[in-house]
Design a protein around this ligand. Structure first.
Ligand code: AP5
Ligand code: MG
Length: 225
């Protein structure tokens, strides 16, 4: 399957993407995580991206589209992929249309995670990420690690993202409203977009997403019913 997750910062895209990708045995590709890897490795791309991410702005399209083009060309995406955080404006959406058309493939579903802004702020301010694996996401109240500051899954140190400062989050929300929200309309016109309420327990949101793509429900262990 080829799936996109769209939603404002803190909607739970990363949290759901990890679970959906494992459940469906497809690759989870997060542009935010790819940029953070580049930043961590000190590449030129990472240095360019850092300036924009730090300011709460989108990384320029030519950089982002080039990075995704290269990632989707790798053989591990042949079984399918779940894109988290791309496309984030209509230029990127049209570029993805072109990439998919070139490989004679199409999207199966676009899941639009909908969440009130006041909940987003609480989720982002309590978020902690693992330094060793950005897919290991915690929250100091909603999903705390057993030992404060230590990842339950791999023992890595937990940290707070630099762009999760309040002023930067406000800027990211503004970019979402003006540039990313219109992308949902692009996919509605293609008949593949479904809005999923993203409030409530992580497991409930996961089940709504699985329902939307016709894959039944998952229990807490992640198995289908
Ligand atoms: P990116 O890393 O994609 O950030 P984002 O879109 O702002 O989204 P977040 O990662 O902040 O939130 P999320 O929805 O993944 O929530 P999460 O699951 O962590 O992008 C960062 C930056 O990179 C951008 O600002 C931009 O500069 C650049 N960039 C990325 N893609 C780009 C592109 N295509 N073009 C240009 N620039 C690009 O959950 C948040 C917290 O809530 C966690 O603590 C989690 O534990 C908790 N939580 C999740 N679900 C629940 C629940 N149901 N109940 C309670 N708590 C929950
Ligand atoms: Mg994320």
């Amino acid at each position: 399957m080829r799936i996109l997750l769209i939603g404002p910062p803190g909607a739970g895209k990363g949290t759901q993407a990890v679970r959906l990708a494992a459940h469906l045995s497809i690759q989870h590709i997060s542009t935010g995580d790819l940029f953070r890897e580049h930043i961590g490795q000190g590449t030129d791309l990472g240095q360019n991206a850092h300036t924009h991410i730090h300011a709460g702005l989108l990384v320029p399209d030519e950089v982002t589209i080039g990075m995704i083009n290269e990632r989707l060309a790798r053989p591990d995406t042949e079984r399918g992929f779940l894109l988290d955080g791309f496309p984030r404006n209509c230029v990127q959406a049209r570029a993805l249309d072109g990439i998919l058309a070139d490989s004679d493939s199409k999207l199966d579903a676009v899941l639009d995670l909908e969440i009130p802004e006041d909940q987003v702020v609480g989720r982002i301010s309590g978020r902690r990420l693992c330094r060793q694996n950005h897919e290991h996401i915690f929250h100091v109240d909603h999903s705390p690690p057993e030992v404060a500051g230590v990842c339950d899954l791999c023992g890595g140190g937990l940290y707070q993202r630099e762009d999760d400062r309040e002023a930067t989050v406000r800027q990211r929300l503004e970019v979402y409203r003006t540039e990313t929200a219109p992308v949902v309309g692009h996919y509605r016109a293609q008949g593949v977009a479904t809005t999923i309420p993203a409030h409530g327990q992580v497991q409930d949101v996961l089940n709504r997403a699985l329902d939307a793509i016709g894959r039944g429900q998952a229990d807490a262990a992640g198995t289908s019913s």
